[in-house]
Design a protein around this ligand. Sequence first.
Ligand SMILES: NC(=O)c1ccc[n+]([C@@H]2O[C@H](COP(=O)([O-])OP(=O)(O)OC[C@H]3O[C@@H](n4cnc5c(N)ncnc54)[C@H](O)[C@@H]3O)[C@@H](O)[C@H]2O)c1
Length: 439
Amino acid sequence: MKITVIGTGYVGLVSGTCLAEVGNDVLCLDVDPAKIATLQEGGMPIFEPGLQEMVRRNIAAGRLHFTTDIERAVHFGTVQFIAVGTPPDEDGSADVSYVTAAARNIGRFMTDYKVVVDKSTVPVGTADLVRDTIAGELATRGVAVPYNVVSNPEFLKEGAAVADFMKPDRIVVGCDDEKAALILRAVYAPFQRNHDRLILMDIRSAELTKYAANAMLATRISFMNELANLAEKLGADIEHVRRGIGSDPRIGYDFLYPGAGYGGSCFPKDVQALIRTATDADIDLRILRAVEAANDAQKHVLGRKIGAHFGRNLAGRHFALWGLAFKANTDDMREAPSRVVIGDLLASGASVTAYDPEAMNEARRLFPDAPALSFADSKEAALDGADALVIVTEWKEFRSPDFEEIRSRMKAPLIFDGRNLFDPDFVRKQGFEYRAIGR
Ligand SMILES: NC(=O)c1ccc[n+]([C@@H]2O[C@H](COP(=O)([O-])OP(=O)(O)OC[C@H]3O[C@@H](n4cnc5c(N)ncnc54)[C@H](O)[C@@H]3O)[C@@H](O)[C@H]2O)c1
């Protein structure tokens, strides 16, 4: 099948590449010429495990192409996936202007039947907006061209995005037309060969399903973060509590890890957008407002612990920071807790040397004028002369470090662990003071 993917970011590039991998002819469009040039030259604009090899393989096979030419992209695919960003607007609502811009372009240039698929996370009602936008362009041109609009929210996780797309738990399709539903079934058939995982529903329910999923996961995290803060006060260990409740099949182990707050491009913005949608519908989502407030507070938990130990004035103090990405296996720092931790430390007068396996270029871009923030080439080099080590991201390479080397490089054996990576007894036996979350 000929497929166009509009927006070549984390979702668009992964989707387009995986669709090419199963034999489709895919053209990825982006308005960012630098991104497209990088891809055309064999480079990668983002880090995502396994993606680079798959991109190269499919370019070489002639099934995956990249362009900034909008007209060519619209003519190319019968299926047009919209995978552009939907960042938060000032009032917390999702900004759908990139989605409507993509729809306008489709309406401007389409000459034959298209299935237009919203893959971006968009508020309920956006499919109607896309349909109307395309209709408006066709009316301006004075032509009638058939098309259908489908909602197909994406559930991939950064860091495991290729595996998630190739082997999805479920494929949600919101559709009100049989022909379009059949085409979507054909597109997704190669990804669900052992049993049907496609859940077909009306368009508005599909749009809401994506927000409901992220809101539920964010709720679990904020719930555990608040319980962790309580466990600390009560002398309990949240890790025991986590195992104690995760073993209940009604609860399960996933997304019960306490930490320094959730970040990333999705949970914060999607929780905010759902609250906004509800407010507009005269519904107060009290639980979600609390989830968001708890998360905002939790991002300062490491700063608070450090302040409680050293005092509020950190002038002359130096910290090693392990982990900048909002989670492991990505270079993405959107809404990352590390940004708040660094902000708290610098605002109190401290200096920081940070290390991350993938996100340091992004951090340099985000902190262009911070002379008190430097970067090290390795996790060991970041430790030199530090008053404490602060761990913010759960990268695998941080999980079993050489504690003797850590101690020898630092000024004092003190660790603030925002990810509960270590057994507290073990670390203390290595001669460290160890401050984790909820234990
Ligand atoms: N990142 C994730 O893990 C994830 C997971 C599921 C869903 N989503 C949702 O998917 C959408 C995309 O997210 P992302 O992380 O891939 O965003 P991103 O910012 O990485 O990529 C979006 C891309 O769209 C391009 N773009 C903007 N307007 C365009 C236009 N009119 N035509 C062509 N290209 C255009 C941008 O240049 C950018 O490269 C968002 O709605 C997001 O909420 C993201």
